[in-house]
Design a protein around this ligand. Structure first.
Ligand code: IPM
Ligand code: MN
Length: 361
């Protein structure tokens, strides 16, 4: 038994964020107790309610303070009374950028017991991970607008990448593919881009990929255009192992991924800075209409907690959570809010109990 200790920042956020995060923390604590890991949790109230009360989104000092934590565990950001984009850009995207979380890791794995919308596909077919580049591309805010409001209004938003941004993302992806290969996965890395149209930035990615491949001869490599990748993910998802792509393509592709793994109720992601503070979150939104009803599904948040532990190197504890989530997936009727056959807290309890009862190896 080890005795590790971690400082974790909790950002419950808006809507159902606090309810699902409570269950996630419950499961982390259960795993901690079982595997000799202790946590100090510090909670921060950044989100829509605080913004409406104080006008503050998140201050420079608050961003700095978050850098002191080993990891951030986030519920959800997005408030019905705040215009779209203010909180998402002001909190979520700002943290991804300022903490230099240049990887957005989004596993797409179908747990047994969940319905898959793809005909004749099951858990054996759907188990891949998307590495979405997370601080560049169309998200950098490069561009501008002139002649605004006139019939000749002109706007640009530029897909920005430099070689180092591409290289560090590819290096992470190759290393991840090697790790998965050790776990018995195919060891195949697919680059997704649109080199037939984005002949400058696509070419940069493609050449960087070919160069990096030389350093990782044991990784099998492949290339797909983004439109074709969407098609293959539906037609032959079993082909994919690790897929790396630029920010905007990854944003779009991982919503498709969330659906084929059962739905937003199970999809989680990690915003990773391998050298700094990483942030783990359910991919879905704050679902405000379900707030306080104890009907929302906490499994995506619990999954985010599993990723957090895995990221910290607590592989046994993470595996125990995976078993707990897997078990819950065979019990629930649906991932949809109000249709699960269990309440939010009951699902949290179910996973926590399973984790507590796990046999230690
Ligand atoms: C996501 C979200 C965010 C993104 C939004 C809320 C800014 O869609 O995490 O996928 O575009 O990255
Ligand atoms: Mn998205």
């Amino acid at each position: 038994m080890n005795s590790k200790h971690y400082d974790i920042a909790l950002l419950p956020g808006d809507g159902t964020g606090p309810e699902v995060l409570r269950e996630g923390v419950k499961v982390l604590k259960a795993a901690g107790k079982k595997y000799g890991i202790t946590f100090s949790f510090s909670e921060f109230d950044y989100g829509g309610d605080r913004y409406l009360e104080t006008g503050k989104i998140i201050t420079d000092e608050e961003v700095e303070e978050l850098k002191n934590f080993k990891a951030i565990y986030l519920g959800a950001i997005g408030h019905p009374d705040v215009a779209p984009g203010i909180l998402e850009k002001g909190i979520l995207l700002r943290l991804r950028f300022e903490l230099d979380q240049y990887i957005n890791l989004r596993p797409v794995k179908l747990y047994p017991g969940l319905d898959c919308p793809l005909k004749d596909k099951g858990p054996d077919d759907i188990d891949f991970t998307v590495v979405r580049e997370n601080t560049g591309g169309l998200y950098t805010g490069h561009g501008g607008v002139t002649r605004k409001g006139t019939p000749y209004e002109l706007a640009t938003q530029v897909m920005i990448y430099d070689r180092e941004m591409v290289d560090r993302c590819l290096r992470y992806s190759f290393e991840l593919t090697m790790e998965r290969k050790k776990e018995g996965k195919p060891g195949r890395l697919t680059l997704v881009h649109k080199t037939n149209v984005l002949t400058f930035v696509g070419d940069l990615w493609f050449r960087a990929f070919m160069d990096m491949k030389e350093i990782f001869p044991d990784v099998e490599t492949d290339y797909n255009h983004i439109d074709a990748a969407c098609m293959w993910a539906v037609k032959n998802p079993e082909w994919y192992d690790v897929i790396v792509m630029p920010n905007m393509f990854g944003d779009i592709f991982t919503d498709l991924g969330a659906m084929i793994q059962g739905g937003m109720g199970i999809a989680a992601g990690g915003n990773i800075n391998p050298e700094g503070t990483s942030m783990f979150e359910p991919i879905g939104g704050s679902a405000p209409k379900y707030t306080g009803k104890n009907v929302i599904n906490p499994l995506a948040t619990i999954e985010a907690g599993r990723m957090l532990l895995k990221h910290l190197g607590e592989t046994e504890a993470a595996a125990a959570i995976e078993d707990g989530v897997s078990y819950a997936c065979t019990k629930i009727k649906s991932l949809a809010a109000g249709k699960m056959g269990y309440s939010t807290t009951e699902i949290g309890d179910m996973v926590a109990e399973k984790v507590s009862g796990a046999s230690t190896g």
